[in-house]
Design a protein around this ligand. Structure first.
Ligand code: GAL
Length: 509
């Protein structure tokens, strides 16, 4: 988004990777202290974000989200004030669904109210998850008007497109109509009879066949008039759950038609709902970074730039080498979507959580830096080892990530587990990561010709990114060894298994 926020990838700390739901205000305060005393703040880490599980199981009497009184007894505002008093910024979490991923209250249908609440609490960053989000397909069992039941599967109804009759043990007549919505299925009741014109209660009996079902968005239209959007909830998340929703409708005397449909796809509904929170945040007038956590489900890189400042490109990272490789491979090709104010987010850092070797953590960190990933540390900052601190606070590597041009790096070569990643930097410098995925040490190299050839499309799009070809045009600085050497036409290193060598190629003249 072009609102001055997140001009470089956001940096900070988030509670999820290390603590999950085991968070409380003491931990968060101590983490704020540690972020300053460990040197993380000086290295650029700024946002301290509380992930899932900060909220009470119920909203308050006015429908406001509230902090869990057992774990956050002083409330969120006091915590935000504390974090701000340390010179840091404060972030919080909610979900674009009826519940968070841990089953706590979330913001779907409460966007404006919750955005106002976050702004009052002085929130600077919102991570917005995707559990229990709305889908565009609905499942109708029957409707009832003036005491008369009309079964969805009745022969007089018209099923269009992908709408179809399906079995359900709890439905009346053991049948319901499935496949309504996604712009390609509708159900038309053709014969809803009332004695005289007026306002009637339309009772919609609907089904949620699967457990963990998401709320269903459906439009209802009377006599082919303008549709009204309904949200069919499944509050207990039960399988085969049958619920009713009552809506007032205007009917004419005699025969009426009632159509259920959805002109939108689930992808469109998803974008609309993220946009609703984005607009609500903006309407508060407070600058709030909006982090879209949609797991890459509906190619958020395509719509994310208009909606938020960053978007997750994949499912959750775990503290394992396999997870780093899996996520890394899914970033290939996404570099064209990222830039100042709108970043691909390959998920938060696991550096220091214990599941990888130091070499692997150095690779994870270096690769996330060249990907222009948001750098959200996820370890316990209160007791980091010196080695882990040195990784997370390597300013020269961070400078690759925070380069003002904001061009995401790309994989320019991958051969037998040996990879070269590169990105243009301001002033015509280049960042290069030589990455060895294999189990044996290997020499990896790249020539300036190949580098410039591969980066040309990315660099051409951005003023100030032009590089240079030819011999002796760059000096290479090794950003983990912290030393410089002249190079003659190519940069190379012997790289350990699972390791990287990271260079800044500095343009000479
Ligand atoms: C996931 C999300 C994680 C974390 C978790 C909390 O959906 O991707 O990063 O926020 O929910 O429950």
């Amino acid at each position: 988004m072009d609102d001055g926020l997140a001009r470089t990838p956001p940096m900070g700390w988030n509670s999820w990777n290390k603590f999950g739901c085991r968070i409380d205000e003491k931990i968060i305060r101590e983490m704020a202290d540690a972020m300053v005393s460990s040197g993380m703040k000086d290295a650029g880490y700024e946002y301290l974000v509380i992930d899932d599980c900060w909220m009470a199981p119920e909203r308050d009497a006015d429908g406001n989200l509230q902090a869990n009184p057992a774990t956050f007894p002083s409330g969120i505002r006091a915590l935000a004030d504390y974090v701000h008093s340390k010179g840091l910024k404060f972030g919080i979490y909610s979900s674009n669904g009826t519940l968070t991923c841990q089953g706590l209250p979330a913001s779907l249908g409460h966007e404006e109210q919750d955005a106002r609440q976050f702004a009052e609490w002085q929130v600077d960053y919102l991570k917005y998850d995707f559990c229990y989000s709305e889908v565009a397909t609905s499942q109708i069992d029957k409707i009832t008007v003036a005491g008369v039941d009309y079964e969805a599967e009745a022969p007089e109804n018209v099923l269009e497109g992908e709408a179809n009759i399906a079995y359900c043990s709890n439905c009346s007549g053991n049948r319901f109509v499935n496949g309504i919505g996604e712009g390609k299925g509708s159900l038309l009741f053709t014969n809803v009879n009332v004695p005289k014109a007026g306002t009637y209660d339309l009772v919609v009996t609907y089904v949620h066949r699967e457990r963990w079902n998401n709320p269903q968005a459906v439009y209802v239209s009377i006599n082919e008039g303008e549709g009204t959007r309904l949200r069919l909830l499944n509050p207990e998340n039960q399988r085969d759950a049958v619920h009713t929703l009552t809506v007032p409708v205007e009917l004419q005397a005699g025969k009426n038609t009632v159509r259920f449909y959805n002109p939108y796809t689930t992808r469109e509904i998803t974008v609309q709902n993220y946009k609703r929170m984005s607009d609500a945040l903006r309407a508060t007038g407070r600058p709030i970074v909006f982090s879209i956590c949609e797991w890459g489900t509906h190619s958020p890189w395509e719509w994310g730039p208009e909606v938020g400042h960053l978007w997750r490109t994949t499912g959750d990272i775990t503290d394992s080498w396999a997870s780093v490789l899996d996520i890394l491979d899914r970033q290939v090709g996404l570099e064209v979507y990222s830039g100042p104010g709108h970043w691909n987010d390959p998920d938060m850092l696991e550096v220091g959580n214990g599941g990888m070797t130091l070499t692997e953590y150095i690779s994870h960190f270096s690769l996330w830096c060249i990907l222009n990933a948001p750098l959200m540390a996820g370890n316990d900052l209160r007791n980091m080892s010196d080695e882990i601190r040195a990784i997370l606070t390597n300013r020269e590597v961070i400078a690759i990530n925070q380069d003002p041009l904001g061009v995401q790096g790309k994989r320019i070569r991958a051969e037998n587990g040996l990879e070269v990643w590169a990105k243009p930097l301001s002033g015509g410098d280049r960042a290069v990561v030589l990455f060895n995925r294999t189990e044996t040490p290997a020499e990896i190299w790249v020539t300036i010709e190949e580098l410039e050839e591969s980066l040309r499309p990315l660099a051409a799009a951005v003023p100030g990114a032009a590089g240079k070809t030819g011999r002796g045009v760059y000096v290479a600085r090794d950003l983990w060894e912290h030393r410089e050497s002249p190079i003659d036409g190519r940069v190379s290193a012997v790289v350990p298994p699972h390791g990287v060598a990271v260079f800044r190629l500095m343009k000479r003249g």
